[in-house]
Design a protein around this ligand. Structure first.
Ligand SMILES: Nc1ncnc2c1ncn2[C@@H]1O[C@H](COP(=O)(O)OP(=O)(O)OP(=O)(O)O)[C@@H](O)[C@H]1O
Length: 229
């Protein structure tokens, strides 16, 4: 589903690579934690998979496509297959919960009937049925993150990329968010999650990939967080 072949990334004006000769493969349906100190290259890795960045060397394949050879007009089609969730939720503050999720379908040309059918299903999946008419600032942080997950998942992407999704949440709320991501993973969606949350990684016992200075230093099945910050 995702394959990096000898990928290096040196940002403009930098000499030290943010990622250095990274090779790894993530199969369909896997759940992978990406861990490492701040600056180790996790976000760079995720941004390469989204083709927000291009590698300086090496090749990135996502959903069967080599991203460097993908024409720009095909990038939106690629991104439709990848849902994204971030630490800061990124909801539209002036739209209701329903409309925040509906918007994700509208921008990809979803019909009104599809929206009316799919949005309630996904809001129920994330445990927010009954709250569809609220505004984002009328929800708790954990609930806002559930909306963000609903929005990322409503068009059933093949891959869900989550960059520190529990970074702004307390431990018990985080556990609820992880149960939800686990549930989404069980539908067959590949989940890739960058995190500094040691207790979550230790509880979930999924595959753990650790980066250090842009290099892959650990790839462990049913792994643990495994280092001190
Ligand atoms: N746009 C940029 N321009 C130049 N250097 C960058 C840029 N983005 C990231 N870097 C550098 O690349 C390296 C990797 O950064 P990256 O953001 O991928 O790390 P990270 O593991 O996601 O960190 P964090 O856990 O703090 O989010 C760091 O040295 C960082 O300073």
């Amino acid at each position: 589903m995702i394959r990096f072949e000898n990928v290096s990334k040196v940002y403009d004006g930098q000499t030290r690579p943010a990622l250095a000769d990274l090779s790894l493969e993530v199969d369909k349906g896997e759940f992978v934690f990406l861990v490492g100190q701040s600056g180790s290259g996790k976000s760079t890795f995720l941004r390469l998979a989204l083709r927000e960045l291009r590698p300086s060397r090496g090749r990135v394949f996502v959903a069967g496509k080599e991203l460097n050879r993908l024409s720009s007009w095909k990038v939106p089609r690629l991104r439709r297959q990848i849902g994204t969730v971030f630490q800061d939720f990124r909801l539209l503050p002036n739209k209701t919960i329903f409309d925040n999720v509906a918007f994700a379908l509208q921008v990809i040309g979803g019909s009104r009937s599809q929206i009316v059918k799919e949005v309630p299903v996904v809001l129920e999946l994330v445990g927010l049925d009954g709250k569809e008419n609220r505004m984002p600032d009328e929800l708790s942080g954990g609930e806002q993150q559930r909306v963000a997950i609903a929005r990322a998942f409503v068009n059933r992407p093949k891959i869900l990329i989550a960059d520190e999704p529990t970074g702004n949440l307390d431990p018990s709320t985080s556990v609820g968010i992880m149960k939800l991501l686990d549930r989404i993973n069980r539908t067959g969606t590949t989940v890739l999650m960058a995190t500094h949350d040691a207790s979550i990684v230790d509880q979930m016992r999924k595959r753990v990939i650790e980066l250090d200075g842009g290099k892959l230093v650990r790839d462990q099945t049913r792994g643990v967080y495994g280092y001190q910050t």
